[in-house]
Write a protein that binds this ligand. Structure first.
Ligand code: ZN
Length: 282
């Protein structure tokens, strides 16, 4: 690879090989940033109205790359006629899952200090997943609708409703314990996974509405989406694919448009981009 020239500038020697093509660092960055820009610009909603974005950030490589890419487009390009940034303002939102996954303890604080030191234009919102039991989330009208999408037996759904409706003062358990119980008592793994995504999504949606965001950016990459797509089809739920993996979903929720600007980006590309530009999480 060392001797291969970059396919774009033809002058620099390549440092990256992606999809059988060789790039130097500069041309790779240019191409990658361009892909993000065109994904965002393909959104009809953003073409109509620039607005506040909630960046859903798990702390994984694709979400870290998304923060960096977004920050590039929050400044006004002096060459543009219209003096408005593609993304005028944004907040980072992280759902802390350490109640479910012990090994994630402390990662929320790490992410927060990274965002606060590196991206002063972004504000950070951390929300523990067990806060789902708080009235501000469970009381949201869209919330029940989201939970109803969970597959699994009727028993699973009844259990879910039961746990959700249990008033906090009637149980001596902590919210974290209630969250763990909720998952432990569901039989099917697919139902668990659905519940996990639906809780996360319901929380992001509630926070986006509260913060006055017009958009939610999710960082699903193409590698991740391929896995998701295969799971959905093999579960016989192919019908929900547009909502689950589409670039832009605006018909499902009033006021908030969901966008996946990292669509068609490979895990390898994001790893490379993070190594060059964004601080990785590990
Ligand atoms: Zn080059």
């Amino acid at each position: 690879m060392k001797n291969e020239p970059c396919c774009k500038c033809k002058t620099e020697l390549s440092t990256v090989r992606l999809r059988h093509t060789f790039y130097c660092n500069k041309c790779f960055t240019y191409t990658f940033v361009g892909k993000y820009r065109s994904n965002v610009n393909r959104s009809k909603a953003i073409a109509r109205k620039k607005g506040k974005v909630l960046l859903a950030c798990s702390g994984g490589p694709s979400s870290i790359a998304m923060l960096h890419l977004t920050s590039i487009f929050m400044v006004i390009n002096p060459n543009e006629k219209k003096k408005v940034a593609m993304i005028p303002s944004a907040v980072v939102c992280h759902i802390d899952e350490s109640a479910l996954f012990k090994e994630q303890e402390g990662s929320s604080q790490k992410l927060q200090s990274m965002v606060e030191s590196k991206y002063t234009q972004l504000s950070y919102i951390g929300q523990a997943m067990e806060d789902i039991f708080d009235q501000k989330f469970s009381g949201d009208t869209d919330f029940d609708k989201t939970l109803k999408n969970v597959s699994g037996s009727n028993r699973d759904y009844e259990h879910l409703v039961q746990v959700m409706q249990q008033p906090a003062d009637e149980t001596n358990k902590s919210k974290g314990q209630r969250l763990r119980d909720l998952f432990d008592n569901i039989n099917k793994n697919t139902a668990k996974e659905d519940l996990y995504w639906n809780i996360k999504f319901a929380m992001l949606l509630t926070i986006a509405k509260r913060e006055g965001c017009d958009y939610i950016f999710m960082a699903d990459s193409s590698t991740r989406q391929a896995i998701k797509m295969i799971t959905k089809i093999s579960n016989g739920r192919g019908y929900s694919i547009p909502m689950d993996v589409g670039l832009e979903v605006d018909s499902c929720f009033k006021d908030v448009v969901l966008l996946r600007p990292m669509k068609d980006m490979l895990a390898k590309e994001m790893g490379m981009y993070n190594r060059l530009h964004a601080q990785s999480n590990d």
